[in-house]
Design a protein around this ligand. Sequence first.
Ligand code: UD2
Ligand code: MN
Length: 538
Amino acid sequence: MLMKCLRLKFFLLLLILSLFVFCLNILKYSDIERISKSYGENGSAVYLNDPEDIEVNEILYQKTGMYVLVSEKISVNRSIPDTRPTICHTLKYSKNLPSVSIIIIFHNEVLSMIKRTLHSIWNRTPNVMIHEIILVNDASTEQETYKPLRNYVASYFGDKIKIKELKQRSGLIVARLEGARIATGEVLIFLDSHIEVNENWLPPLISPIKENKKIATVPVIDDFSSKTFEYFKMPPTRGAFDWTFTFKELPIDDEDTIEPFQVPVMLGCAFAIDRSFFLNDLRGYDEQLEVWNGENYELSFKLHLCADGLLKVPCSRIGHTFREINPTRVTNHDYVARNFKRIAEVWLDEFKDVLYSRDPKRYETVDAGDLSKQKSLRKQLKCKPFVYFLANIAKDLVERYPPFYQVPVFASGVLKSLSSGDNFCLVADQQHEASLRLSKCDNNLIEPKKFQHFSLTFFKQIEQSGSDLCIDSFNMRLLDCHYEGGNQYWKFDYKSKMLINKGKFCLSANVEMKTVTKEICNEFDRNQKWMFGYFNHT
Ligand code: UD2
Ligand code: MN
C-alpha cells in the first residue's frame, strides 16, 4: 500500500514537473515571438518615426556620434546574422583553451551600446571560458550617466564583471594597460565598447594562441551602422597603411579561407594576446602614446619584428561601428602626430623619413619625447629591421603605396672591383647556386650585358637584374631572393666603398683567382672596394 502511494506521488510529481517544463517552453516561445517583432533583430536597420524623437536624436548624434534613441530601441540581446563561412560551423576546438580576461575601455560612450556589447559577449560565449570582464571607465565626464552601470552589471552578470574607474583621462592606450595590469586570465582580449560579438567568436580566436604564445590574433571585423545599427558582413582583408599612416586594407587571395593568416597590422578594436607575453615580453604598449591612434601600429610592428606575428582568424567575427563624429577625441594638441613620430623613430628605421616627407611641417614641430626605453626594448628583443616587415609581410603595401614615388634601386649596372686598375667586374651565370666570378667589365657600365648587371635594391639585396637571384653570403653564390635580410642583406658604405653583410663581412675580389668571396671587413683592403655603374641619389 505504502509503495503504491509513493508511486502515485512520484507520478504526480512527474506530471507537475512536465507541466512546468511545458509552461516554460510556451513562455520561451512567446518570448521569441516578442523579440522577433522587436527592433533591429537579425541585425536589421531601425528608423525613428516620431518627428520629436528624430530631432532629439540628431542633437545626441552631434554629441556621441551615434543615433542614441535608435540604440535604446534595440534589445541589448538582439540577434545578428551569423556571418562566418559555413565550414566554420563544423570545426571543433579544444576543451582546454586558456582562460580569458576581456578588457573593454570607454570614455563617454552611449550606455545602451556598452550594455549591448556586454550582452552580446554574455550570450555568445561559453560562460566557463570567461575568467572575467574588466570594464575600464577612462574618466568619462558625465559620471552620473555611468553610475547605474555598476548595479546593472552586478545584477545581470554577477561578479565576473569588474569596473575600474580611472581618476583622470588617460587615453585608450593607458586605459587598456590599466585593465591588463589587474587582469588575471591567461589570455587578454581587448575590445572597443561599441561592438557585438558574433556566433562562437572566442574559441577560434584563442586556439592559435594555445599553439603559439608569441602571436596575437584578430577576428574579421564586421560593420554596423552608427545610425540604423544595421549589421553588415565584411570580407576578410589584410590591415595595412599608407605613408600618412592612414589605415588601409589589402586584399587576400582567397576570401573563403578559414585558415588563420598573417596580416600586416591590426585595426585595434578587437584582439587577443597571451597576458604574460604582452606585459612581460613585449612590455605592453609604449605608455607615452596619448589618447587614441598609433598603438595598433606599434603593437603590430612589435609582433612581426620581435615575435611570430599577427594572425587573422576567419572563423571569428566581431561587429564594430565606425563613427563619423567621435566624442572621444581631444583637440588641444596634435597627439596623433606625436604618437606617429614616436612609432616612426623607434620602429621605421630609414622609412621614418617617408612618413615625415608626407607632412614635413607637422612632424618637424612635434616633439616625440623621450624614446630611450622603447629603443632599448627593440634592441633587447633583438627585433628585425623594418625592411623585413615591408619585404615579407606587406610586400603589396609597397606596391600599392610606394614609399618613394617610384620604388628606386639604390644602385645598378656593373659591380666593378676597385682592387686594381685591371677593370674587373662581378659576373655570375643566371642560375640558382651560380658561383661569383670576375671578368673584364662591359663597356656599358650602366646597362651592361645581363650576367654583369646587378642592382642594390630597395630591400638592400644585390639582385642579378632580370632574375630573381640574389647574392647570398652563406655560400657566396646566387640564391633565390628571399627578402628576409640576413645572408642577403648588403649595405653599401659610400665612404669606404665596401659592401657589408651582417655588419662584419665584406664582398671581396680575388683578382688572381678571378673569384669573389666574403672576408672580415678591413677598410684598408682594396679588394673589398667596389663601385656600381650607376648610383641613384634621390
Ligand atoms: C580604431 C580602433 C580602436 C583604436 C583606434 C586607434 C577599430 C575598429 N577601432 O578607432 O580600437 O585602436 O583605432 O587608436 O579598430 N577611448 C578611451 N579613452 C580615450 C579615447 C578612446 O577609453 O581617450 C575608448 C573609446 O571609448 C573606445 C575605444 O577607446 O571604446 C576606441 O576608441 P574609438 O572607438 O574612438 O576608436 P576607433 O574605433 O575610431
Ligand atoms: Mn571603435
